[in-house]
Every structure is written in structure tokens, then in C-alpha cells.
Design a protein around this ligand. Structure first.
Ligand code: PRP
Ligand code: URA
Length: 206
């Protein structure tokens, strides 16, 4: 299912990120902050379990998260979302999937994959700012499913219908969370209006 988290603070920060004049430092900071805000919304139906604890005033039943959380950024650009989410879920473990998109064919190519041991029983959040053709997201979900994980959510900043359709076709069990659904892909596979090349803007490589 698709969830577009169009909170006013997310809209405001995303607008800053989209601006051509926003430099690397502010781009990264706003991505960090949006990732935190998105995590707050995404975690609102995470299961909790009762635990007996003792406060300075006596015993009571509190609630703790029932599942561990694993973040899986798609390298490189997904790394820009890890810090913000870990501010909310500091115990989250981090796996990595390295994929780059061939600039001619737009096909994703794998160069790295490493996951924490407990991933199969965890809630997995796959992170990538951009959901364009959806090829990278589909491939990352394929990898994560091979670990045995079944509770998987895809967290993107900006997506378009093509990417949403591809993920929903191959992985209908995976919820997709976006900060914004944009108009279209251009002829070279970039999201319009989008925000340009997320990896380059995060890491200052262009
Ligand atoms: C970008 C982006 C996604 C992918 C989206 O990564 O971060 O991973 O493209 O495109 P898709 O939906 O059409 O697959 P890129 O391949 O440019 O690598 P980078 O993160 O290393 O810059
Ligand atoms: N990858 C990006 O970084 N930006 C886009 O618009 C599409 C894919």
C-alpha cells in the first residue's frame, strides 16, 4: 500500500531540498530531519509488548517495541536517511545493499550486500531518497527477502507512479512510504520536478 506522508514540516523541508541553490550541508541536514519525521509516522503502528517495570513510585506495566528494527539503506543515497531514523530508533541495526543504476539502461547493478543476523525476525525499513523506475527498490527488496525477512517497508522521499507500480507488481506485501509523489520521469530516468541526483547532492560529488 502507498502512504504519502504530506505533513507540513515534511513539505517545507522537502521544498528546501528541491531548490537548486541548496548546498550539500543544508541538503543533508533537511534529509536527516525529514527521515526522522517520516520514521515517527511510519512507526505509529509498530507492535509493542507489555513489560513489568519499577518506577521510583512502584511497579507498573509499561510497553516496549516487540520487534527489532533493521534499516537497510540502498547505497549510496540511502545512507543519507540512516542518521535521522536512528535519532528516533537508536537501537536499530543497519544492513547495506549497494546498487548503482546503469546510466544507459537504467538497470540496477549490485556491488555489495551485508545484513545483521536477526534480520529475518525484524521489521526492515529499506531506505532510498528516490523511487524512479523502481528497479533499485525492487532489487533491494529481492535481496532482503532472501534473508527470510517478511516485514518490509520501503521508505523513499520522492517517487513517481512508474516506480510505485513496479514495486507493487513484484512486492505487493511491501508498504511504500513517500514524502511526495512527483509528476513524471524524464527521458533519462530522472524524477521531475524531483531534486536532481540525490547521491551527488548528499555527498557533493558533482
Ligand atoms: C539513485 C537513487 C536510487 C536509484 C533510483 O541511485 O538513489 O537508488 O537511483 O532509480 P531507479 O528507481 O530508477 O532504480 P544511483 O544509481 O544514482 O546511485 P547512487 O546512490 O550511488 O548515486
Ligand atoms: N536517482 C536520483 O538520484 N534522482 C532521480 O531523479 C532519479 C534517480
Amino acid at each position: 500500500m502507498l502512504h504519502v506522508l504530506d505533513h507540513p514540516m515534511i513539505k517545507h523541508k522537502l521544498t528546501t531540498m528541491r531548490k537548486i541553490e541548496t548546498g550539500t550541508k543544508d541538503f543533508r541536514q533537511n534529509l536527516d530531519e525529514i527521515a526522522s519525521l517520516m520514521a515517527y509516522e511510519i512507526t505509529k503502528d509498530f507492535p509493542t509488548r507489555p513489560v513489568e517495570i519499577e518506577t521510583p513510585m512502584g511497579k507498573c506495566i509499561g510497553q516496549e517495541l516487540d520487534k527489532e528494527v533493521v534499516l537497510v539503506p540502498i547505497l549510496r543515497a540511502g545512507l543519507g536517511m540512516v542518521n535521522g531514523i536512528q535519532q528516533l530508533i537508536p537501537t536499530a541495526k543497519v544492513g547495506h545493499v549497494g546498487l548503482y543504476r546503469d546510466e544507459e539502461t537504467l538497470e540496477p547493478h549490485e556491488y555489495y550486500a551485508k545484513f545483521p543476523k536477526n534480520i529475518a525476525n525484524s521489521i526492515v525499513l529499506i531506505l532510498d531518497p528516490m523511487l524512479a523506475t523502481g528497479g533499485s527498490a525492487k532489487a533491494a527488496i529481492d535481496f532482503v527477502k532472501k534473508t527470510g525477512a517478511t516485514q518490509i517497508k520501503l521508505v523513499n522521499l520522492v517517487g513517481v507512479q512508474e516506480g510505485i507500480d513496479l514495486v507493487e507488481k513484484y512486492h505487493p506485501d511491501v508498504d511504500i512510504y513517500l514524502a511526495a509523489k512527483d509528476e513524471k520521469l524524464n527521458e533519462i530516468g530522472y524524477i521531475v520536478p524531483g531534486l536532481g541526483d540525490a547521491g551527488d547532492r548528499i555527498f557533493g560529488t558533482k
